[in-house]
Design a protein around this ligand. Structure first.
Ligand code: ADP
Ligand code: ADP
Length: 226
């Protein structure tokens, strides 16, 4: 109890400071599947104080819970297709009513279509779009080797970020992280999501980061831009 009272005071002060300098915007992490958005999100969240909002994680949680929304989304996800805009926009609108979203959030994997970005622009102000750029040739290897620790949510890679020995027995592979599905996801990315880079660039918001380097280097570049 004492602790939560204490942190409340600190966070109220923080709000005042933020209020004074009017930091109310959100940040978008943009890039193809497997670019390293989730991998970099924790560090950016820590640096900016903005909570990570991942539509992929929210959808997987709905699928695991077996909600109506989860049932609807599952077929699209397993086929490597984008879930319809109306479902995603509803999910995000609801998420943004949480208190922790008051000073902006870090979007990971959203928006993925122009209509999603237009809907977002109606509800929040986006202050930066960090585009992690990785060529298609590297994507398949990254996706197929991706593993996740179901206990902590930490993302690993069998070669590029191997899980520690005490964790390696429990890591899991996502059902949609197969070579076939990656090809569909990449096609969806190029067709429906990539045009957003130009859209955000025309608004002066796009920050391009070379994502085809070691995890630490990519993180350092992002941190220096922020
Ligand atoms: P990745 O980490 O490969 O980029 P995500 O975890 O972000 O994948 O998303 C997994 C799947 O969830 C996508 O292939 C898609 O079916 C669905 N999805 C996630 N975010 C969105 C979104 N903003 N719009 C439409 N579909 C989405
Ligand atoms: P996204 O969220 O964009 O789909 P992830 O952060 O889940 O991507 O990363 C996809 C896979 O690639 C993971 O297995 C991760 O460990 C690995 N990875 C992420 N960034 C890099 C990098 N810079 N170099 C090599 N592998 C990476």
């Amino acid at each position: 109890m004492g602790t939560s009272g204490g942190s409340r005071i600190v966070s109220d002060r923080y709000h005042c400071q933020l209020g004074r300098i009017h930091v109310t915007g959100s940040i978008v992490l943009f890039g193809p599947p497997g670019a390293g958005k989730g991998t970099q999100a924790g560090r950016i969240s820590e640096l900016t104080g903005k909570p990570q909002v991942s539509t992929g994680d929210m959808l997987r949680s709905a699928v695991a819970k077996g909600t109506d929304l989860g049932h609807e989304a599952k077929t699209f996800m397993e086929a490597g297709l984008l879930v319809p805009d109306s479902i995603i926009i509803g999910l995000i609108s609801e998420r943004l009513t949480n208190d922790d979203a008051a000073n902006g959030v870090l979007f990971d994997g959203f928006p993925r279509t122009i209509p999603q970005a237009e809907a977002l622009a109606e509800i929040v102000s986006v202050e930066a779009v960090i585009s992690i750029e990785v060529p298609d040739e590297s994507i398949v290897e990254r996706i197929v080797g991706r593993r996740m620790d179901p206990e902590t949510g930490e993302i690993y890679h069998i070669h590029f970020k191997p899980p520690p020995e005490d964790i390696s027995a429990r890591v899991v592979q996502r059902k949609d992280d197969t070579e076939d599905t990656v090809r569909s996801r990449l096609a969806a990315y190029h067709e429906q999501t990539a045009p957003l880079a130009k859209w955000y660039s025309e608004q002066g918001l796009l920050i391009r980061i070379d994502g085809n380097r070691p995890i630490e280097d990519v993180g350092n570049s992002i941190a220096s831009m922020l």
